[in-house]
Design a protein around this ligand. Structure first.
Ligand code: HEC
Length: 250
C-alpha cells in the first residue's frame, strides 16, 4: 500500500490510540482465556490416566471411555482379589462381563458379596456394594462422554470459538508486511482446526484411534491464534516507524 493511498492509516501500526487500546484489551483478555482453557484441559482430560500431562490415553478415556472392563472386574483382578475364592471371583467376573443381568443378582451374586465383601463394604456408604444402586455403578463399563454432553460441548465450542477466532482474525487482518496468501492461511487455520478438533471428538467417541486428531486439532488452533495475537500486539505497539515505512512504501 502506498503512502498516498486513502487507506494508509488502516493498519495496526497507524490506528488511532482508542482503537489500539480496544484491540489490545481484547487480545490480552482472550489470550488469558486461551491460556486458562489449556490449563483446564490439562487438569481435566490430562488427569484421566492418573498422570499429569495430556496423552492419547487421556483422550481415549475421555471420549471413548475405558472399555477394557468395569471397576468391579478391575477390583477383582487387583486390590480385592484376596477377598474371594477363585470360584467366586470367576462367577462375579463372568456376571459383569455378561452385562450384570438383574435376574442373577439375588440368586448368584448377592450371596457372594454378603459373605465375602459386606464386612468391609457395608461400612463405606459410597462403596457399599451390598446396595444394588452402588453395585450397579461398579458394574458399568465406562463408555466415555455421553452423546448429550458431546452435543452440548460441540455447540458451545462452535459458537464461542468461532467468535473468538473471528475477532482475533479481524484484528490480525490489519497487520502489515505479511503476504496476503500467508495472512489468509493464518486467519483460516483456527477455523479449520476447530472443525477437525470437534469432528475428532465425535469420531473418537466411537473409534479410539481418532484421538490423535483431537490433539492435533487443539494444538493447531492454539498455535495459530497465538501467532496472530503476538504479531498483532507487536505491530500495535512495538513496530518502529522505519520498519513500518519499509513495508508500506513497497
Ligand atoms: C478387608 C476389607 C475389604 C473386603 C473384604 C473387600 N473390600 Fe473392596 N474395598 C475395600 C476398601 C477399603 C476399598 C477402597 C479403597 C480401594 O479402592 O482400595 C475397596 C474398594 C473396592 C471397590 C472400588 C474400586 C474402585 O475402583 O473404586 C470395589 C469394586 C470393591 N472394593 C469390590 C470388592 C468386592 C467385590 C469384594 C468381595 C469379593 C471386596 N471388595 C471385599 C475393602 C474391602
Amino acid at each position: 500500500m502506498k503512502k498516498k493511498d486513502g487507506l494508509y492509516w488502516l493498519n495496526l501500526t497507524k490506528l488511532t490510540l482508542p482503537v489500539k487500546v480496544l484491540f489490545t484489551g481484547y487480545l490480552l483478555i482472550s489470550s488469558i482465556g486461551l491460556f486458562a482453557a489449556a490449563v483446564l484441559i490439562l487438569l481435566t482430560h490430562g488427569m484421566y490416566d492418573g498422570k499429569f500431562g495430556i496423552s492419547i490415553e487421556d483422550i481415549v478415556y475421555s471420549y471413548y471411555g475405558n472399555r477394557t472392563g468395569s471397576k468391579l472386574e478391575k477390583a477383582l483382578h487387583g486390590s480385592m482379589k484376596p477377598y474371594a475364592i477363585e470360584e467366586e471371583r470367576k462367577i462375579l467376573i463372568e456376571w459383569v462381563r455378561k452385562g450384570a443381568p438383574e435376574e442373577e443378582l439375588d440368586r448368584k451374586i448377592m450371596p457372594i458379596i454378603k459373605k465375602r465383601c459386606a464386612s468391609c463394604h457395608s461400612q463405606m456408604p459410597e462403596l457399599d456394594i451390598t446396595k444394588r444402586k452402588v453395585l450397579k455403578k461398579f458394574t458399568e463399563i465406562d463408555k466415555g462422554i455421553s452423546i448429550k454432553r458431546l452435543t452440548l460441548l460441540s455447540h458451545v465450542h462452535l459458537f464461542g470459538m468461532s467468535f473468538l477466532f473471528m475477532l482475533i482474525g479481524f484484528v490480525f487482518s490489519f497487520s502489515v508486511g505479511i503476504n496476503r496468501f500467508l495472512k489468509s492461511v493464518l486467519i483460516a487455520t483456527p477455523f479449520v482446526f476447530q472443525f477437525i478438533d470437534i469432528l475428532a471428538w465425535w469420531l473418537t467417541k466411537f473409534f479410539p484411534w481418532f484421538a490423535w486428531f483431537v490433539i492435533v486439532g487443539g494444538f493447531g488452533y492454539f498455535l495459530a491464534s497465538g501467532i496472530m495475537i503476538l504479531i498483532s500486539l507487536y505491530q500495535l505497539w512495538f513496530m518502529e516507524e522505519k520498519e513500518q515505512n519499509a513495508w508500506l512504501v513497497d
